[in-house]
Ligand binder design. Sequence first.
Ligand SMILES: [Zn+2]
Length: 373
Amino acid sequence: MRFSDIPGLSEVKTLLVDAVKSNHTAHAQLFLGAEGALNLPLALAFATYLHCENKGNDACGTCAACSKSKKFIHPDTHFVFPLSNVKGDKDEERFKADIMKSWRSFLTEQPFSNLDDWTNYYGGEDKLALISREESREIIKTLSLKPFESASKVMIIWQPELMHPSAANGILKILEEPTGQTFFILVSNAAERLLPTIISRTQMVTVPLLTDDEVKDYLITTRSIDHSRADKIAQFAEGNLNLAISLIDQAEDGNTQRFIEWMRACFTRKYGALVSLADDYHGLDKLSQRNLLSYSINMMREALLYHAKATTMNRTRGDELEFIQRFSTVMTTDKIEKSYKLINDASYHLERNGSAKMIFLDLSLNLSKTLNP
Ligand SMILES: [Zn+2]
């Protein structure tokens, strides 16, 4: 991964490159971004850049170091990432070798993905993923070694907020007195869950979400999506490239039709229809369920904007706009806000692997009550 493989973010890239050129790179950095920010790819590109033997404003991409970094096998780049239990594998050594293989192919195939994608990729159980205490021992052991090939070592810790407390304490000690040869890059999407002691020991690099135009441009040039579709996907992805990529495979307009049908059934209190819709949604894959809810949240926000006459901020067009106009006339601000919160809560429960059928049914009944007080 090089900087040029990552869309947008030119300011952050320049900042990182300039720091290396002027020898001012902090030894412990925290790449912080909202869900969907490209801070992991940026950390990978930064490691490639540090090791590159022939760097300019980006890594050269062709030197020996770069060709190893490209396959994520550079011996001086170390990765720490959360894992949950994996069913039926008791052989620890084999598991370790396999998981590194999976990690490398995951980064190669889906470099803009998130933790859920990673857990699905290696077949982790649904239990919460963690960075274990053993892992922290491994880190300390690794750091006691000199760099193999490069002038420095890079340790990328993905999702440090998921560190087991004893792992976090071990890391803290090292962050207090980092050795000259090691660069730590902590990559987090949840600042509020990080230990304050970790935040205070690292230099923060804020990684913004992409703009709609950057997402759109990526979809058109790299994924060959046509303009109007790219425009639509970018609107809903709101800077989250991973979400945008997942939307490529979604049937176009599926969610618009679904949402309209759903809201109609809620409004008219057709409970039989709501039960069968909940069944339908239950049958969707997890990604589609998630997308339906985030689509619905977006539509509520659009309705609110329309209501507040902030139409210049509206992002809907065509069918959707028509629906939003009609929808807004029967909604009050209070109803929209309550519905928004209900859908948001449902989305939270769905992420935590509640039963989709119960979540959708419960949500439908509550929405129906909210819409018909
Ligand atoms: Zn190079």
